[in-house]
Design a protein around this ligand. Structure first.
Ligand SMILES: *[C@@H]1O[C@H](CO)[C@@H](O)[C@H](O)[C@H]1NC(C)=O
Ligand SMILES: *[C@@H]1O[C@H](CO)[C@@H](O)[C@H](O)[C@H]1NC(C)=O
Length: 319
């Protein structure tokens, strides 16, 4: 009886794991397919950045958006001196037309991320219409070239993360509630220095992955030359991915003290690059950047030649 029950429990567990972790590809965005899968949002930056988000047509016309083969490039203007009283530096903010709910996986293959003092790039997911009630998941985000990457959740009230978790990253704040400490969110810092900024780019970039289920959210990062990049991440021809083969995640956000199933709505994927503003502007001097953030954005266009995304692919998977 005891043996039978043990066997039964073990196989149920195994089945459960297999079922929960074998995801099938639903979207494979490469090169020009980003142009139809995303909308270019020419809105004012809610985080008060010194930015001017272009519509797709203007961005393509100025070659600030460029898609060719397996490269999707989005960059900031790095040629124009700005009028201090006029709009901010031209850049892009794109949002997927489709939404993705629980039991989905995102894999982003990125060759180059935006860098330079004053830059604040982000690859993240949210539901802009119900924020913060529908939650926010920041997969890749940082400011002023400061490594490492931070993975952060922002939620409505009553969503706490345990201090001790099965993850390789370092937890910062444990409370995900957006009103705590000025929307700091519950963050986890990657340990690999080449997960962000100039050292990420020098290594040829890498892969970021995020899995969300009703019970947990997990995130991983592998640098381009990392020996542990899973086969189904490195190999774009795979129809499925098995997240349980990916090893200990950088970040694990369990539902022990946070009802992940209700705190996170179906999300759109957003990629944006802003300048200065509520984060990059406020920590600019502390991060070792010269002079004044707004002056640099206005008067030093040549400082923004590294302010571009070069994305190989983003692939979405579902059960
Ligand atoms: C850019 O991304 C960050 C992601 O954390 C977000 O907080 C900020 O509001 C975004 N800016 C815009 C204009 O979307
Ligand atoms: C647009 O940008 C791409 C990528 O940097 C470059 O290869 C191409 O020559 C540019 N096109 C024009 C017309 O400048």
């Amino acid at each position: 009886m005891h043996l039978i029950r043990t066997l039964f429990t073990t196989s149920t567990l195994l089945l459960g794991l297999v079922e929960a972790s074998n995801y099938r590809i639903t979207d494979n965005w490469v090169g020009t397919s980003f142009l139809s899968a995303f909308s270019w949002e020419n809105i004012a930056d809610p985080t008060h950045g010194r930015v001017n988000y272009l519509p797709q047509s203007a961005s393509l016309a100025r070659n600030l958006t460029y898609a060719h083969g397996t490269h999707f490039i989005m960059r900031a203007d790095s040629a124009t001196v700005l009028s201090p009283s006029g709009p901010g530096r031209d850049s892009n903010r794109i949002m997927s037309t489709k939404s993705y709910g629980h039991n989905t996986v995102l894999v982003a293959d990125i060759y180059h991320m935006p860098g330079g003092c004053g830059t604040w790039p982000a690859l993240w997911t949210t539901d802009v219409n119900t924020w913060p009630n529908g939650g926010e998941i920041d997969i890749l985000e940082g400011v002023n070239d400061k490594s490492p990457n931070a993975i952060t959740l922002h939620t409505s009230e009553n969503c706490m993360m345990p201090a001790s978790r099965l993850q390789t990253g370092t937890s910062t704040q444990l409370d995900c509630y957006w009103m705590t400490n000025g929307n700091a969110g519950c963050g986890v810092l990657e340990r690999k220095a080449n997960s962000y900024g100039p050292s990420f780019n020098a290594a040829g970039g890498g892969w970021f992955a995020m899995e969300r289920t009703p019970n947990f959210i997990r995130a991983w990062f592998w640098s381009r030359q990392d020996s542990s990049v899973p086969f189904d991440v490195r190999n774009p021809g795979q129809a499925t991915v098995n997240t349980d083969g990916w090893g200990t995640p950088t970040a694990l956000f369990p539902n022990t003290n946070c009802d992940i199933s209700s705190k996170f709505a179906p999300h759109k994927v957003i990629i944006n690059l802003t300048f200065c503003g509520d984060w990059a502007g406020n920590t600019y001097l502390n991060d070792g950047c010269p002079g004044n953030c707004i002056d640099r954005v206005n008067n030093s266009p040549g400082s923004f030649t590294e302010a571009y995304w070069d994305i190989g692919a983003i692939r979405m998977y579902g059960l």
